[in-house]
Design a protein around this ligand. Structure first.
Ligand code: XMP
Length: 431
């Protein structure tokens, strides 16, 4: 493995990815790692000190410990020219091609690292590690059907089979066909031990009359934990809890130099007396590596490449207080949009696309009479990291077809609008 030491660069993950793309494993560590800690890591073949503008902590310029130069492997410094290194270069900029070229020369020529990192080896290694960790114990997993939890489920199934207990909670805010698809793939095709909980009534009752978006999110989040906890108590003899934690979650919560520190998301909030040891087999992978891992494990392409979907589901797209009929309008219009995007090949190129139904009506005409119905808003955006986004320029003929279908097939809708706003000033979701 190649170790990347974070000395205040924005580009740690890009550098780590560039190393892995060469077929060499890499991990990111804080700048003040000790020689002993480095020697304890498995087979370190080189160190990249990655300097940048975030190298001041509490007014003091930080540096790596001098002893790390004595680990006995080549060291490259980017943006830290004073060091005694095999190679010293300018700090990395946003130029990915330059990063790749510099990394390739160092990793393959200076370090002579072996190209042994690939998904096949990763999967085989993780299966062994999970078997070792779990022994003959049982593992519980909240399987939402999202990419990360689906890939964890597929991997654990290979490792421990029916000793994996998957719980799929349908909060009634899933997209059309989503829970059915989870059941079809995991219970019917992969023979997973899957507990399906239809908690629709419970969630929708709790959400009745709640208008505030944050209050809605809190109710959905805490009710989810409650339902999951009930199932955890029912399932006998569980010792472990599996989570779809991925590498960015760990890097973002563990860095000492980044200005914005995101807390590590997990099924946190489970009561103290439900104490499980965690199983996190994807915690070393970046998102696209998780997808590759899913394909390696035989999951369907659509499941592995599905677009991002918020945890609170359609609940954030049925604006204001959720009403059942309007929620159906969100679900049905979203299904039509997805179908038509797929037919036009846009599902492969557009990052995220969905519909929103606001909580107001306007006058229209239906069957020669006045109607008073909701509008449907279509949103389709492209982004790299979801921090900023641009809108997709959709062909009028496609928008026209989607509009005609929504007006004909979705109950209670008399208008369709296309949202032209980039982020900022808008956000991707409407809340
Ligand atoms: P915004 O609306 O903030 O959304 O521009 C940025 C991205 O985050 C997604 N999103 C969520 N993802 N849990 C998630 O896993 C959530 O609660 C959540 N809320 C928003 C949103 O769909 C978009 O891709």
């Amino acid at each position: 493995m190649i170790v990347i030491l974070d000395l205040g660069s924005h580009h740690n993950t890009v550098v780590a990815r560039a190393v892995r793309e060469l077929g060499v494993y890499s991990e990111i560590y804080p700048h003040d790692i000790t020689k002993a800690e480095l020697l304890a890591l498995p087979k370190v073949e080189g160190i990249i000190i990655n300097g940048g503008e975030n190298n001041i902590i509490d007014g003091v310029e930080i540096d790596v410990l001098p002893e790390i130069y004595e680990v006995g492997v080549p060291v490259m410094a980017a943006g830290h020219p004073k060091a005694k290194c095999a190679k010293s270069i300018e700090a990395f900029t946003d130029d990915d091609v330059a990063i790749k070229a510099a990394v390739e020369g160092f990793v393959l020529e200076e370090c002579k690292a072996a190209k042994e990192w690939n998904m096949k080896n990763f999967v085989a290694e993780q299966i062994e590690l999970v078997r070792k960790q779990v022994g003959d114990g049982k593992v519980l997993l909240a399987l939402s059907g999202g990419v990360d939890s689906s890939v964890v489920a597929a991997l654990l199934l290979k490792a421990i089979g029916e000793r994996l207990v998957c719980v799929h909670v349908n909060h009634g805010l899933m997209r059309k066909g989503e829970s059915e698809n989870v059941i079809e793939v995991f219970r019917n095709q992969l023979n997973a031990n899957l507990v399906y909980v239809d908690a629709t009534e419970r969630f929708l009752t709790k959400l009745e009359g709640v208008e505030d978006p944050e209050a809605k999110r809190k109710i959905i989040g805490s009710e989810f934990i409650r339902v999951f906890e009930e199932e955890a108590r029912k399932a006998d003899g569980i010792d472990f809890l599996a989570q779809g934690t991925i590498y960015p979650d760990i890097v973002e919560s563990g860095t000492k130099t980044a200005k914005m520190v995101k807390s590590h998301h997990n099924v946190g909030g489970l009561p103290e007396d439900l104490q499980f040891e965690l199983v996190e087999p994807l915690k070393q992978l970046f998102k696209d590596e998780v997808r590759e891992c899913g394909l390696e494990l035989g999951l369907p392409y659509d499941m592995v490449y599905r677009q991002p979907f918020p945890g609170p589901g359609l609940g954030v797209r049925c604006l204001g207080a959720i009403e059942r009929e309007r929620l159906e309008a969100v679900r049905e219009s979203d299904a039509i949009l997805r179908e038509e995007f797929k037919a036009a090949g846009l599902d492969k190129s557009v990052w995220q696309y969905f519909t929103v139904v606001p909580d107001f009506k306007s006058v229209g005409v239906r069957d020669n009479a006045r109607s008073f119905e909701w509008p449907v808003i279509i949103r389709a955006v492209n982004t790299v990291d979801a921090m900023t986004a641009t809108i997709e320029h959709i062909d009028w003929a496609i928008l026209d077809k989607i509009t005609r279908r929504i007006l004909a097939e979705v109950k209670g809708v008399n208008r369709v609008c296309y949202d032209l706003s980039p982020k900022p000033n808008a956000t991707i979701e409407w809340e």
